[in-house]
Design a protein around this ligand. Structure first.
Ligand code: ATP
Ligand code: MG
Ligand code: MG
Length: 347
């Protein structure tokens, strides 16, 4: 069977490896950090830095296709890997999703609505951006933010200096605050031959900037469900995308507003493990391996609950619950904010 290379050995890489092994593939993981969660299930782990050209080359030569579980892969590493093996999803998807400014411009060019935004590199930019966009607003670093990190909220223009200081000199973007009634996401997949399949939109609740629960079905009108899926399909087609993508959306009075896209399997898609015949992990492996997409139709209502840090202490109780599927990532230390596992409860 073929071997799939995965950049990143966290929980997403781990669950991708499980799905791949079920389909008869082997996985090799490239991960700079020690003891990656995916290491327990992958055939091989290459522990090396993204600057280590010899290690990257050996990794690429040992696999048939390369995919990834996170979007912040250094450009130099991608240049080398791409010269040796196909990378799916492609470079364009990475370039767009690595930088919030490029991402928003790309989405607007497709005719999709985003929060109003402006680039901010210094005090003067920020002053002008606030004058244009108004408050409340959110200042975010353009790159490397996740789980709400690298963000500062501005209730009024007086918060500008502190917000700018919080960015620590990183190129940033000011976003107008979207008054949303709900947050939803679409987990969408596109195959090598261009077919698109979307999972049913899920409704997301965040706690301290980190995803807390995803519930399906999202409590939104049927028309919005269709809009959300069409938006996701438009994004995947425009990128000539192959694989699974998470598309985060705000439900506002004016309709759907795209928050951000993630060119990979997504935490808000974990419910598919309990709600669909083919979950997001199998779907991604099918796509990158050039298989037909599988049947992702939803056959159950599901609530996914993230176990963050000390939440894992609830496990003995959760394990007694009916209709509850437990996923643990095999991480040793339950540090605050660390994703330790999740449970899918069939409703
Ligand atoms: P993730 O872990 O999903 O990658 P992130 O760090 O990239 O998160 P965002 O998704 O940009 O951050 O923002 C985190 C949360 O903050 C959003 O899910 C939403 O609840 C809120 N938020 C972000 N931007 C806006 C906005 N422009 N208007 C209103 N709320 C926002
Ligand atoms: Mg993000
Ligand atoms: Mg987000």
């Amino acid at each position: 069977g073929a071997t799939i290379g995965i950049l990143g050995g966290g929980q997403l890489g781990r669950m991708l490896s499980v799905a791949a092994s079920r389909l008869g593939f082997k996985c090799h993981i490239f991960e700079p950090g020690a003891a990656p969660p995916a290491g327990h299930v992958a055939e091989k782990v290459v522990t090396a830095a993204y600057e280590d050209e010899a290690a990257l080359r050996a990794f690429a030569e040992g696999v048939d296709v390369i995919t990834y579980e996170f979007e912040n892969i250094p450009t130099s590493a991608l240049d080398l890997l791409e010269s040796l093996r196909p990378i799916r999803p492609n470079r364009k998807a990475l370039a767009v999703s690595q930088d919030r400014l490029v991402e928003k411009a790309f989405l607007n060019d497709l005719g999709l609505r985003t929060a109003p935004f402006a680039a901010v590199d210094d005090e003067i930019d920020l002053e002008e951006a606030i004058a244009e966009i108004g408050c409340p607003a959110i200042l975010k670093t353009r790159r490397f933010g996740y789980d709400g990190k690298g963000q500062a909220r501005l209730k009024s223009p007086e918060d500008a200096a502190q917000a700018l200081a919080d960015m620590a000199g990183a190129p940033s973007i000011l976003e107008g605050f979207v008054e949303f009634s709900a947050e939803i996401s679409v987990i969408a997949a596109r195959g090598v031959s261009g077919e698109v399949a979307c999972f049913d939109p899920g409704e997301n609740v965040h706690k301290s900037g980190i995803l807390h629960t995803t519930t399906v079905p999202a409590r939104i009108p049927e028309a919005l469900r269709t809009d959300a899926v069409l938006i996701a399909a438009r994004i995947l087609n425009a990128l000539d995308y192959v694989g699974v993508m998470g598309v985060e959306l705000f439900v506002s009075k004016a309709g759907l507003v795209v928050n951000e896209i993630a060119p990979r399997v997504h935490n808000s898609g974990h419910w598919t493990q309990a709600g669909c015949t083919v979950d997001q992990f199998e779907q991604h492996i099918r796509a990158v391996a050039g298989w037909p997409l599988g049947d992702g139709a939803r056959y159950a209502d599901v609530e996914m609950l993230n176990l963050i840090g000390a939440d894992v202490e609830q496990l003995p109780e959760l394990a007694k619950q009916p209709r509850t599927q437990i996923h643990l990532y095999g991480k040793a230390e339950a540090k605050p904010g660390r994703k330790m596992g999740h449970v899918n409860r069939v409703l």
